[in-house]
Design a protein around this ligand. Structure first.
Ligand SMILES: Nc1nc2c(ncn2[C@@H]2O[C@H](COP(=O)(O)OP(=O)(O)OP(=O)(O)O)[C@@H](O)[C@H]2O)c(=O)[nH]1
Ligand SMILES: [Zn+2]
Length: 202
């Protein structure tokens, strides 16, 4: 496997002090991070999130998507639970990269939906590969997870990679007037499991 541990440190965050574990995918040069809270190597199923990088949502407060809200909510729930792990995966733009995501956003500004925009640029709707999660979770001693996601492809891909998903935990937050259409498309075309009643009242 080409994903290797490189270094770790403490990372104090608003919700608590996490352990930040850094990995390198030596095949691609990509740098990935696991944020660990509490005891996760005790053989119990671990509350987990596979979070795909979204610079615009995670760091720049974008309301075009729900990523930043999901990131914060997942970290909050992990501390509330007392233990868990978030893998911050550097597969920006569902794997097409930041600049292509901006190209895709431009097409969406002109009327395409999120899937059509990717396809017009010559990409599949979702180019992510979750096989790198296995060596990261193995290194951390995690064998079974309770996965926070609305995306059924993530559950299937993780199981195919060799990680047992004992439960899918819905993670619906951050709906607003700028991302309503985007969330609709995720449900209709990408199979995300979301129900209106699960979104917090705004
Ligand atoms: N290509 C592209 N990528 C996007 C777009 N909006 C968000 N992303 C990227 O999509 C990824 C997040 O995926 P989502 O589809 O929001 O959610 P998910 O990870 O599949 O599912 P959840 O676990 O339920 O959050 C991040 O890498 C974002 O950068 C878009 O319009 N086009
Ligand atoms: Zn996003």
């Amino acid at each position: 496997m080409s994903v290797q541990f490189v270094a770790e440190s403490k990372l104090p965050m608003p919700w608590g002090v996490f352990r930040m574990v850094g990995f390198e995918d030596t095949a691609t040069g990509k740098e990935h991070v696991a944020l660990v809270y509490g005891e996760i190597a005790d053989g119990q199923p671990v509350l987990a999130r596979l979070h795909s990088e979204c610079l615009t949502g995670d760091a720049l407060f974008s309301l075009r998507c729900d990523c930043g809200f999901q990131l914060q909510e997942a970290l909050r729930r992990i501390t509330e639970e007392g233990a868990g792990v978030l893998l911050y995966l550097r597969q920006e733009g569902r794997g097409i990269g930041l600049l292509n995501k901006i190209r895709a956003y431009h097409l969406q500004d002109e009327g395409a939906d999120t899937v059509e925009a990717n396809e017009r640029l010559g990409f599949a709707a979702d180019m992510r590969d979750y096989s790198l999660c296995l060596p990261m979770l193995r290194y951390l001693g995690v064998e079974q997870v309770r996965l926070m996601t609305n995306n059924p492809r993530k559950v299937k891909a993780l199981e195919a990679a060799g990680v047992q998903v004992v439960e899918r935990v819905p993670l619906q937050v951050g709906k607003n007037r700028h991302n309503e259409q985007y969330l609709e498309t995720k449900m209709d075309k990408l199979g995300h499991m979301m129900t209106d009643s699960h979104f917090p009242k705004t």
